[in-house]
Write a protein that binds this ligand. Structure first.
Ligand code: ZN
Length: 251
């Protein structure tokens, strides 16, 4: 897949999807907490639009929660007020007594679209990072058992932790990417993008059949196995391809 076919004149190291999102989404006046920051400090931050999340995308995680694989990607959303950056400690919400970490590859959409083909899908990605889809598991389980929506279990303040984004390049291919979470120095989750049940190109194609993707949208692509509860005082470290991108502390 050719991602870097057209280069940006303003940001020569970036692909054409980045050029698009930097042009349209360099919005002044957005609340700083709802921005996606780039690891390369020469690149502008992006105002996040919608946050899409994928559930049940790794077989071993489906098994550990006792869920069944879905016949198509499970999609839910979080509000932008859930975005949380590493400069502030994670505050566990009062409405839950069991907040789980879910470590996920996160995509920043640079070029929007509807009915995006799988062939074109990767060219819509500006940048990637590792994030945490924090989940109030007790609240989510109660909602699932009662056939209710998950929003209070998945969308609370701080539930969308984000590391700085790394500009996306076609090489090396996404299928070789790995990401990890260490807590207090111990490896707790180790994800391999190649283990996704629905790969990234298929996720973008599928989501864009239902929702118009916009520059500045995020996609949390699902967690591998190893999820578990956070506790006060935990120190978290997120890495992409072995490179540490962020550290979060739990208050
Ligand atoms: Zn998740």
């Amino acid at each position: 897949v050719r991602v870097r076919a057209e280069k940006s004149e303003v940001y020569p190291d970036c692909n054409s999807a980045c050029a698009e999102v930097f042009r349209f989404r360099r919005v002044q006046g957005n609340h700083p907490d709802t921005l996606a920051h780039m690891r390369d400090s020469r690149l502008p931050s992006v105002a996040v639009q919608n946050i899409f999340c994928i559930g049940r995308n790794y077989a071993a995680h489906i098994a550990e929660l006792g869920n069944r694989p879905a016949g198509q990607p499970v999609v839910f959303t979080k509000p932008t007020s859930a975005i949380h950056h590493p400069d502030q400690p994670i505050r566990l919400p009062a409405h839950s007594s069991e907040v789980h970490f879910e470590t996920e590859l996160v995509l920043l959409i640079g070029k929007g679209g509807r009915h995006i083909s799988r062939q074109e899908a990767l060219s819509h990605i500006c940048a990637v990072t590792v994030g945490l889809d924090l989940t109030a598991r007790d609240v989510q389980n109660h909602a699932k058992q009662n056939g209710l929506p998950w929003d209070t279990g998945k969308g609370f303040d701080g539930a969308a932790c984000l590391s700085p984004f790394v500009a996306f390049d076609a090489a090396p291919p996404l299928s070789t990417f790995t990401f990890s979470l260490q807590i207090n120095g111990e490896l707790r989750q180790n994800g391999q993008v190649s283990n996704m049940l629905y790969p990234v190109d298929e996720l973008i194609a599928y989501i864009s059949t239902v929702f118009t993707l916009q520059p500045g949208d995020l996609i949390y692509t699902g967690t591998p196995e190893g999820v578990g509860p956070l506790k006060p005082g935990d120190h978290l470290q997120l890495a992409l391809n072995g490179q540490v991108l962020s550290k979060f502390d739990v208050a």
